[in-house]
Write a protein that binds this ligand. Sequence first.
Ligand code: C5P
Length: 400
Amino acid sequence: MLGRGRILLIVGGGIAAYKSLELIRRLRDRDYSVRTILTRAGAEFVTKLSLSALSEERVYDDLFSLTDEQEMGHIRLSREADLIVVAPATADLMAKMAAGLADDLATTCLLATDKPVLIAPSMNVMMWNHAATRANHATLLERGIGFVGPASGDLACGEVGFGRLSEVPEIIAAIEAALGDKPLAGLKMLVTSGPTREPIDPIRYLSNRSSGRQGHAIAASLARAGAEVRLIAGPTEQPDPPGVAVTHVETAIQMLGACEAALPVDAAICVAAVADWRPAEVAEFKLKKRRDASPPALELVENPDILATLSRHAQRPRLVVGFAAETDHLLENGQAKRTAKGCDWILANPAASIGSAENTVDLIDASGVERWTAQSKEQIAQHLVQRIARFLTPKEGQLR
Ligand code: C5P
């Protein structure tokens, strides 16, 4: 078998077809071989030349070409893949698949194959919501066809809603899952998530707005990629992610203790919004409000910095990642934080992302900055898992 698996990519028509180029690059980076079929509509958006240059394979597009049939018949083309991926899949392609039509090379291969098929739809929100597409979607799901997306957001047509092609890391994660691939198998990961609670008295505490969504999504994604994950979770509403070992803690000191107990690990991802300070003294009994007395003054002391401690630990993980939530000067503050804490990467995100479902992230490492534009926290998690897999298990001769 060539590399990690053979993918037959069908590129349908649609403005999102340009993302298939990035998809091929990333799949080649991950050591998959990619053969491409370009539909007639797809050829209006991307060229055969760019597809073949990136995939390092010839691109197929004509069902009735004698050379194609001599060199590689459609039956062989569809059977020699481990997985067929349709990205982007238009409403028309989905309809043809559901109806069993086979009037070009792409649809013929899809009908002739005995291999799993994964579809990444991309279309206008009205087309996605149309009763015909709903019915086709249900039919294809029933037949065991896998789907990734579509995502919700701004569409090329100017409307907003479901219909966007999923981001490339999400499609890759779905491909790896469909192939049963576990790029992080055998690796141990530590993730912190959620806020901490610093008690004032038996009733009251200091805390923050962290929901734990991002950290929990990262732990879940790492586990799906095959890693052995220990999640140290502050108090959150999030359920324990499947396949993840969870230690529940309240305070920063407990979180640090649980993190150190989890060492050694290959990577630590510190997502928790750890309280910087805790009350110097915790009252044994509830502090009482008294009419004749002024409000109590809280004296605070600094909490240990878990990220900095892990970065300088005798059992330092190979990769230490921190987050920086900032209200201003995101990049400058993120860069300064990376140096001050001694971690490898900082993911800088706007403070407004705390508690919300979406996030925009700048990944800052020693070589510069990479922007991941607004996407769901699950997508950010998948993106990060791809980056971690590339860092920890680099292909020989490939730059990290
Ligand atoms: O200093 P600041 O809180 O902005 O740093 C954020 C990063 O540091 C996050 O990755 C957070 O999990 C980590 N951190 C920590 N322990 C602390 C404070 C922050 O691990 N006491």
